[in-house]
Structure formats: C-alpha cells, structure tokens
Design a protein around this ligand. Structure first.
Ligand code: ARG
Length: 489
C-alpha cells in the first residue's frame, strides 16, 4: 500500500520532470519523428512501481550476459565490463543513490541506460538476444519465487505461535459452535489447531504454486525466440531455475502464475479473516473469552474505556484487497490475444500489493498470537450453558441399546423440560431424567460433565485433550518437515 501511495504521489512530480526530459532520446526512439506526448509518458511509465524489481532485473541481466559469453555471442572482455557496470549500479540502487527517470519508462530501460552511461558503447550489447518481454516475465518470476518463500516462512512462524498456544490450552474447555449456537464442548487447544490446519494447507498450496512460478522465460525474446545460439539451460542454472518455459509465445504473455499466487494469498487472507472474526467476538464483553495484549490493541478518541481489537479488524478488512487483486488479474488476462500486450504492465500493481498485504497481515498475527490471554473461567461458564452435553446424553442412551433417532427424541424432550425448569441437563436429578427414559442410570452424570464430553471424543481429529496433545506433536513434526524442505528447495 505504501508503495501504491508513493506511486500516486510521485505522479505530479513526474509530470514536471518529464517536460524537461521529454525531448530525450528513447531507447526505441529511432522510428519516431516527434517526441512522446507528456501525458503519454506519464500514462505509460511503470518505473514508479516496477523499480522494486531492480535487483532481480540486474541478477537476470548478469546471467543473460554470462550466457551470451558462454555461447560466444559476446566476448569475455565485454561481459566483464557489463557485469562490473551492473554491480556498480546495484550498489547505487541499494544505497538509494540511483535516479529513476520516468522518461525511460520502466526499470529495465532505466538500468540499461545507466549501464550505457557508465561503461559506454559495450553497455549497448547487453540487450542482445533479449526483449523486455522475456526480461520482465523473468523478473517477476524471480521476485515472486523469493516472496513466496518469505510468505511461507511467516506462515510457519504463525503456525508455531498457534501450536505453542495450543499446547498451553489442551485442557481448556470452551463451547464449540455451529450456526453460532452453542453446540458441543471442545478444548481451546483443539480450536487453535483448526487454524493451524488451514494455514498449513495454505503453505503447501504456495509451495505448489511456486513450482509453476519457478520456470525461466528468458530466451523467449519478444515473442518468437531469438536467432542467436543461446543456451537457455545455462541461464536457468545460473538463476537457479529447475526448468525453462517450453513455448515462447506463452512465456512472454501469460501471467497465470501471478493469478495463481493471488488465489493462494486470497485463501491465506480468507483464513485470517475467519480467525480475526473470532478474535473480535471473543474480545467483546459479551464473550470475554480472551484478552489481547494492550500493545496489540488501540483505543477510542471519544470513549475512554475502549480497548479495540483493530489489528484483527484490519486484517479482516484487508482480505477484500486480496480478493480484488485476484479478480483484477483474472480480468487483466481475460481475452488477451497472444502474445505480449501492454496490459500486462498492470500486473505488478495487483501482485505487489497482494504480496505486501499478506505479509503485513501474517506479521500482525505473528505478533498478536503470543499475547492472547485466555479467560478459562469465562470459556468454561459459557460451555456450561445451552445444553451443550445433549448429544452426550443421546450417545449414552445409544450405548444402552436405544436407537440413535429415538435417543435424539428422548433428549429433545428432556431439554424442553430442563428449559422449563431453568436448569442445565446436568442439574436435573436422576429421577427427573428417568421420566424420559428408564434406561438412564446414575452413571449418566459422567457423560453430562464437560470434561467427560471432551474426553470421550478420543480419536484422531477429535477434541479429547489426549488427542490434542498427540495432534500437537504431529503438527510440530509437520512444521519441521516444511522448514527442512524449504531449506533444501
Ligand atoms: N514495462 C513493461 C511491463 O511491465 C515491459 C516492457 C514491455 N514493453 C514493450 N513495449 N514491449 O510489462
């Protein structure tokens, strides 16, 4: 977002800059008789936002240059100068000394002309056998594949925070809900592990998406390939791509990998928005299940008593941005004829903001989760309401040979009676309970207790504390596996 705002702010400054620079010769200016209209310069520039590709652009250029030397298209001497020049430019960029010129359109032409300015004629050879079309496709893939790994790293950290908290809450009983109505008791550890599972799938999805991002388009030229005897496998090896794209027309034009990434990121946000919704509810005075750390909440300018869960609300709100970016990229690609079209320049705005937003929200969760203070008493009290162990009573009758459907009806009548008495099922006497079924004995009270109810769900995927502890052990192992595989990948 910071990025988009900066771009918008810079536009007026660019207009002024451009008046002076308008007459400057464009790298593609040869066939043009009149200078570019000032508005057109402003309208077509992308350097205000694609400058964030600068470092990967240089990395790609160095690999391309080295490949050209490897196949003998350029001399080793020329390449040494080009590489040295590019590295000096990289240093300038890192130190914030590089002057981006909107008249030079994009990050690619800015760097190329800086190179020519710096090393002279030989710099003009860098673009041999390459087009900005395969160059930008390469840059985006290089950039995105690294960002996917940072996002997965953040996901792992959030998952670790969830497992750590779950470990403290394996015995904590809370009401589980369906339709937001009290349903059956669950342990809070179990509830937290549900969030773990969602984020775990998100991480796997991103890893899978990365395999399709991680393919080298360079060598596709503008659209048809190049007439030089290039060695694409060599470039791929230098850049750490396990494969090269198979078809030049496809490689320069499609952005399905960016759409796919936005889909994965939108799912991360969808999950975080669900989590956020629960945190907001649980922080309310009506639930009072949790307390968030003061440092992770904000106040009200008018109501002195307020402590608001704004971080969770903002994450919930930002989810809409991700859905929007996904839709915008799908629409950007819709009906585009082969091959490259300038429409594609717009891919970066959506993609970059998607990356930034999902990272920010994961950072927010990484920071917020360890500060969740659980109000066990409130959770337990809430779990004791709403006839939450009614299913357990039905299951008890089934164990006494009552068919489940009949047991369901018996318990329904018992609940209706208890509501009339303003009592919970566990507060009814044995005699009262026996009005509804003779099969009920005094052992019934074990299954009417909250602890008995959760402990009974003792199977893989169930809420029993014993199962939750085992699930935590498995979760930690799965996290380690992800991290080890990432280290290797
Ligand atoms: N800046 C462009 C983009 O982001 C890349 C340049 C392609 N321009 C062209 N005239 N072929 O897609």
């Amino acid at each position: 977002m910071l990025f988009v705002q900066k771009s918008a702010l810079n536009n007026s400054q660019y207009t002024a800059d451009m008046t002076a620079k308008n007459k400057k010769k464009k790298p593609w200016g040869g066939r043009f008789a009149t200078p570019t209209d000032e508005f057109v310069e402003c309208f077509t520039e992308s350097v205000s936002y694609d400058q964030r590709l600068a470092l990967v652009d240089i990395k790609g250029s160095i690999a391309h240059a080295e490949m050209l030397a490897h196949v003998g298209v350029l001399s080793k001497q020329d390449i040494r100068k080009i590489v040295r020049g590019l590295k000096a430019i990289e240093k300038d960029i890192r130190q914030g000394k590089f002057r981006w010129d909107p008249a030079l359109e994009d990050v690619h032409m800015n760097i190329e002309s800086a190179l020519i300015k710096r090393i002279g004629e030989v710099g003009k050879k860098l673009h041999t056998g390459r087009s900005r079309n395969d160059q930008v496709a390469t840059d985006i893939r290089l950039y995105l594949r690294a960002e996917i790994q940072s996002i997965r790293q953040l996901l792992s950290e959030v998952m670790t925070a969830l497992v750590d908290l779950a470990e403290k809450e394996t015995e904590t009983i809370m009401p589980g809900f369906t339709h937001m109505q009290t349903a059956q008791p669950v342990t809070f550890g179990h509830h937290l592990l549900a969030w773990f599972e969602m984020l775990y799938r998100d991480s796997l999805r991103l890893a899978d998406c990365r395999t399709r991002v991680n393919v080298l388009p360079l060598g596709s030229g503008a659209l048809a390939g190049t007439s030089y005897p290039i060695d694409r496998a060599y470039t791929a090896k230098l850049l750490g791509f396990p494969a090269v794209t198979e078809n030049s027309l496809d490689a320069v034009s499609d952005r399905d990998f960016a759409v796919e990434f936005c889909h994965c990121a939108a799912l991360v946000m969808m999950h975080l928005s669900r989590f956020s919704e629960e945190l907001v509810l649980w922080m309310s005075q009506q639930f009072a299940f949790i307390e968030l750390d003061d440092a992770w909440c904000t106040g009200s300018s008018i109501m002195p008593q307020k402590k608001n869960p704004d971080i969770a609300e903002l994450v919930r709100g930002k989810t809409g941005r991700l859905y929007g970016h996904l839709m915008s990229l799908l629409t950007l690609m819709k009906a585009q004829p082969l091959a490259y079209n300038r429409d594609n320049q717009e891919d970066k705005l959506a993609l970059f903001d998607a990356i930034d937003t999902v990272k920010q929200c994961l950072l927010a969760y990484r920071g917020m989760i360890p500060g969740i203070r659980v109000r066990n008493e409130a959770m337990l009290t809430a779990a004791g309401q709403g006839y939450i162990t009614a299913t357990d009573l039905a299951d008890y009758l089934v164990r006494k040979q009552v068919p489940f459907r009949d047991a369901h009806a018996v318990v329904g009548r018992a609940v209706r009676y208890a509501i009339g008495q303003s009592k919970d099922l566990s507060e009814l006497s044995l005699k009262e309970l026996q009005q509804f079924s003779k099969k009920i004995g005094k052992d019934v009270f074990d299954c009417l207790s909250l602890e008995g109810s959760v402990a009974a769900r003792d199977h893989v995927g169930g809420t029993a504390p014993k199962q939750v502890r085992q699930a935590i052990r498995r979760a930690r192992k799965r996290l380690i596996k992800i991290m080890v595989e990432d280290g290797e990948g």
